[in-house]
Design a protein around this ligand. Sequence first.
Ligand code: PLP
Length: 381
Amino acid sequence: MDQPHAFETLAIHAGQAPDQTTGAVVPPIHQTSTYQQDAVGRLRGGYDYSRAGNPTRTALEECLAALESGTCATSYASGLAAEDTAVRAVCAPGDHVVIPDDAYGGSLRLFRKVLAGWGLSYTPVPLRDLDAVRAAVRPETRLIWCETPTNPLLGVNDIAALAGIAHEAGALLAVDNTFASPYLQQPLTLGADLVMHSTTKYIGGHSDVIGGAVVVRDEELGEKIRFHQFAVGAIPGPFDAWLTLRGVKTLGVRMDRHCDNAERVAAMLAQHPRVTQVLYPGLPGHPGHEVAVKQMRRFGGMVSFRLAGGERGALDVCERTRLFTLAESLGGVESLIEHPARMTHASAAGTPLEVPADLVRISVGIENADDLIADLAQALS
Ligand code: PLP
C-alpha cells in the first residue's frame, strides 16, 4: 500500500490488500502448518512452515507495523510472550534492566520470577522521577522498560525524556503501549526503540482473543526479534491473528468512544462523595496530565479510583455493578470492573510493588455513557 495514509485508513488497509487468488476482500485465515514447495527450497509465496511465517499473521504484523510507525512487527500468543521474547532478544544474562515500580503485575512478575532466574538483574524505579531513573542506570543497563499510562495506577511517564536517558547510557527504551494503543500514542515517534502490546486489549478490542506484539523501527533490531520469534515459537495461530486483525480495523472509532465515555465517568467519580481520588490522566489535577497532553492524542478508556471504606468498600463496589462486569482484562467494547490488589496485581502483594487495597480499576467500554454512569452511581450508593 502506498504511504502515507492516515491512521484510520491504515487500520483497514495496511497489510490487507484483497487476496490475489480469489479477490476476497478480507484476508483469509490460512489455517495451515506447512506449504507445498515447487522444488526443494523453491517456495511459492515465501512461506515454508507456519512457525516461521503465515500469511494471516503477516497481514496482522504489517498492519501493526504501520499503525505504530515502525518497520517490523512480530506477533505472539500473548502480551507476556511478546515481552519475554523482546527482552531476551535484546538482553543477555548479566545485563541490567530498569523497570517501573508501577506497571502491570504480570510484567513485573516476568522480571522478578522468570528473567531474574535467567541472569537479568533489575531495579524498580518510579519512572516519573527522571533523576531516580538516571541514578538507577548502570554500565550494564541494556534496557529501560516503561509502561504509560500504567496499569492500574494510571501513572504517566515521559517517553521522550526516558528515551534520552536510555540512549545516553547506550541502552534501549521499550514501551508497553497497551493502555494507550497506537491511536492515542506512538512511542517510536517519540524516541522509543521497542513498542510492546497486549493485543488482547484495545487492539483486539472484543475480549475474544489473547495476543501480543512487538514493533520496532530499526531494521537490524527487527531481524533479531523476528529470529527470536521463529526460534522460540510463541506465535499466535492463524485464527487468533485473523480475529485480532478484524478487531484492529475499528481501533480509531472505538478509542474515540472509549475516551468520550471515560472522560464523563472520571468527571462523575471526581464529584462523588465516597470517592477519595480519581486516577485519570485526562483530569487537569492528575500529576501526569501535562506529559499526557504532550505525548497522547487523548487520555484513554481506563480509570482507577480510590474509595473511603478501605478494601471492603472497594470490593463492595466491584460486586455491585450490573453493567460493568467483574472480570480481569480491559480494552474490550464492554465495560469491566476489577479489584487490582486481589485480582490482576495479586502477585505483587507483600512486595514494594503492591497496589492499594482501596483501589478499583474500570475499563470503560463503548456502551451509552449515561447507562454506565447510572450503573456506577447505584453501585456507589
Ligand atoms: N501489559 C499490560 C499493560 C497488560 O495490562 C497486560 C495484561 O493485562 C499485559 C501486558 C499482558 O498481556 P497478556 O495478558 O495478553 O499476556
